[in-house]
Design a protein around this ligand. Structure first.
Ligand SMILES: Cc1ncc(COP(=O)(O)O)c(C=O)c1O
Length: 447
């Protein structure tokens, strides 16, 4: 047994850990601000399955919030991590660089949309990627302002929290916020901010950017527009096909950089490697994290070389950015996505989920909208289809019902009334069917 020089209430590892014992210890030593959706403590994970410390098994429709596209403990990722840990774990790329980072940068640049030359900057988290994308955009354009969106989510650091659209729990009590951030409505067709309907609206929400320059911030003071291709945390809001080509076009016409935040949508989640590919949009800068390295802390800004290279040496980076173990995991992820054809798998998975979700909608009044792309699918729950009153309590109850029946699934949305799927793309048909049936049972129980 390990002897610690510090007094410990329980030895690590506990001989017979239970969820209750770990919750009690956690409540003593981890602040409630770092909350958890469930009180199941993980013992092991494999593929799309999770086992807790008490031996209960769960099908995983959450994937560590969209991080495990290649599945939990994929043998290739495990082997890469082990191999790298035995070679070296850290030198700091800014002191002694290494091959895994260079190799992964090449792969990401080649995979990102746009035929132009690109480079990739590695950092640790999604928020850090967004922070750096904004730094680079401001440096390049020499302009201060950034336009973000209602229902957008970009992280929890000061700048990214400021960019984020949802107040509770992300911003509440944490102000004052970073300056020079402006927010316009997103293309939320189900709840159009302009009271219009698609396609008759002619995607006015994109053209509104031109009015925004008059009423909120001048185009020539705007460094970047940052958007998620599908608003993830904001409710899997899926814009119509004309939206991003129009929006990116207005940016281009005004010398504004277009940043696509692909942190949740990337690495095959939507049936394309990166979601902007659905609409043929080539962002100037793109942020990637989550499924990039199967759970290892890694993120990247991938962008146009001519933009990325303006920043002076050591203006970007950080102690852990592009950690060698994380980069090796990232290289394994790229290999797996290709070898196992997971981008295509996401599309197929999406069709199956969509079919079941549409059937749920026919049977259950509680469902107001079904949307998403590929395996990034969602159900918006409403108390009444006419008024569209959000059914947040019901969504919460459904998440709890699923957990009790052995399915981990997450809600999202500014009003917390949306159920989303972020399962590993390697999930088996049987696991998928079982998980979807649990959701169906839950919907039936809500009646
Ligand atoms: C679109 C998007 N951007 C940024 C982030 C922040 O990433 P991280 O939690 O790694 O900082 C997230 C996380 O959910 C996200 O979904």
């Amino acid at each position: 047994m390990v002897q610690y020089p510090f007094a410990c209430e329980k030895e690590f590892p506990m001989e017979h850990p239970t969820n209750t014992a770990l919750t009690a210890l956690r409540n003593k030593f981890i602040p409630p601000g770092h909350g958890s959706i469930t009180s199941s403590y993980v013992a092991s994970e494999k593929g799309a399955l999770i086992r807790d410390v008490e031996g209960r098994e769960f099908i995983d429709f959450a994937g560590g919030i969209g991080t495990m596209n290649v599945g939990h403990s994929h043998p290739k990722v495990v082997a890469a991590i082990k191999d790298q840990a035995e070679k070296f774990t850290h030198t700091c790329f800014m002191v002694l660089p290494y091959e895994p980072a260079v190799a992964l940068a090449e792969k990401l640049c080649n995979a990102a949309p746009g035929a132009f030359p690109k480079t990739a900057l590695f950092i640790n988290s999604g928020a850090e990627a967004v922070e750096n994308a904004v730094k680079i955009a401001r440096y390049y354009t020499k302009r201060p302002a950034v336009i973000a969106f209602e229902n957008g989510y970009h992280g929890r650091t000061l700048l990214t929290m400021s960019l984020t659209g949802k107040v509770k729990p992300y911003k509440y009590g944490f102000g004052p916020f970073a300056p020079e951030i402006y927010r316009m409505p997103y293309a939320y067709c189900y709840r159009c901010a302009f009271g219009l309907s698609y396609p008759g609206c002619d995607v006015f929400c994109a053209d509104y950017l031109k009015e925004f320059f008059i009423n909120h911030v001048a185009a020539e003071k705007t460094a970047a527009v940052i958007a998620e291709p599908i608003a993830g945390e904001g409710g899997f809001i899926t814009p119509p096909p004309e939206y991003f080509p129009k929006l990116a076009g207005i940016c281009r016409d005004n010398g504004i950089l277009f940043i696509s935040d692909e942190i949740q949508t990337g690495m095959g989640r939507t049936g394309k490697m990166f979601a902007m590919e659905h609409w043929g949009v080539e962002p100037d800068l793109m942020t990637v994290a989550k499924s990039i390295a199967a759970g290892m802390p890694l993120s990247a800004v991938v962008g146009r070389k001519d933009i990325m290279e303006v920043v002076h040496p050591f203006g970007l980076g950080g102690t852990y950015g592009g950690n060698p173990i994380a980069c090796r995991a990232g290289l394994a992820v790229m290999e797996i996505l290709e070898e196992e054809n997971l981008v295509r798998a996401s599309e197929v998975l999406g069709k199956k989920i969509r079919e079941r979700f549409e059937a749920f909608k026919r049977d259950h009044e509680l469902i107001g909208d079904v949307r998403g792309m590929g395996a990034m699918a969602a159900l918006e729950l409403v108390k009444d289809r006419e008024t569209k009153e959000p059914a947040a309590d019901e969504a919460k109850a459904l998440v709890r019902f699923c957990h009790d029946r052995g399915l981990i699934v997450l809600s999202c949305g500014s009003m917390g009334n949306i159920i989303r799927t972020l399962m590993p793309l390697i999930i088996t048909d049987e696991q998928l069917d079982k998980g979807l049936s649990i959701i169906e049972e839950g919907l039936a129980a809500m009646l």
